[in-house]
Design a binder for this molecule. Structure first.
Ligand SMILES: [Zn+2]
Length: 174
């Protein structure tokens, strides 16, 4: 982890100082993400720039990119999931929620003190992950699964060409 990457930060102070964070973080250092990935040997590049929104809220804009390893739901093998998550939010305390909604920017609620940086990163990454994880192409899946699924597809085509149930229906009508 880079030294420039703070464990906690004060959004108001960072916005005032227009701080920029750019760091590569190992997935293993982000507890809430490492919980549901198969390996923690990948990393995420976090690029955050802080400023004030129009109404004076602490705002962060940036991007989180990299990969995580999850289980393909088709073949139950590891698959690389690409993370490309744009980040644009204002950090707001509960009693200023009403005013903040006028900004029309995603709101991140916090207690007015500090935000744990990896927690913010985890929230944004989890938001962008697919609900059902799959290898992008069937060709990338485990060969046994591929063969199994292709078998079904062939069966499907065959039944369309010569559907025995269609003939039965004809017989009943006659
Ligand atoms: Zn797969």
């Amino acid at each position: 982890m880079s030294n420039d990457f703070p464990l906690y930060f004060d959004p108001a102070l960072f916005a005032q100082q227009q701080r920029i964070i750019k760091a590569e973080i190992g997935v293993g250092s982000i507890p809430r993400i490492s919980e549901f990935v198969n390996h923690t040997n990948t990393s995420l590049l976090v690029e955050f720039s802080f400023s004030k929104s129009e109404l004076g809220f602490a705002m962060v804009q940036g991007f989180i990119s990299g990969t995580v390893i999850q289980t393909c739901q088709r073949c139950i093998q590891d698959t690389e999931v690409v993370v490309e998550q744009p980040v644009h939010l204002i950090m707001v305390t509960p009693h200023k929620m009403e005013l903040a909604q006028r900004e029309g920017i995603e709101i991140y609620e916090y207690d007015g003190q500090n935000i744990e940086t990896v927690n913010l990163v985890a929230d944004e990454v989890i938001l962008g992950l697919p609900i059902v994880v799959k290898h992008e192409e069937l060709d990338q899946c485990d060969p046994k699964t591929k063969q199994w699924l292709q078998g079904f597809n062939d069966e499907d085509k065959a039944s369309h060409r010569d559907n025995p149930f269609a003939q039965l229906k004809d017989l009943k009508i006659k």
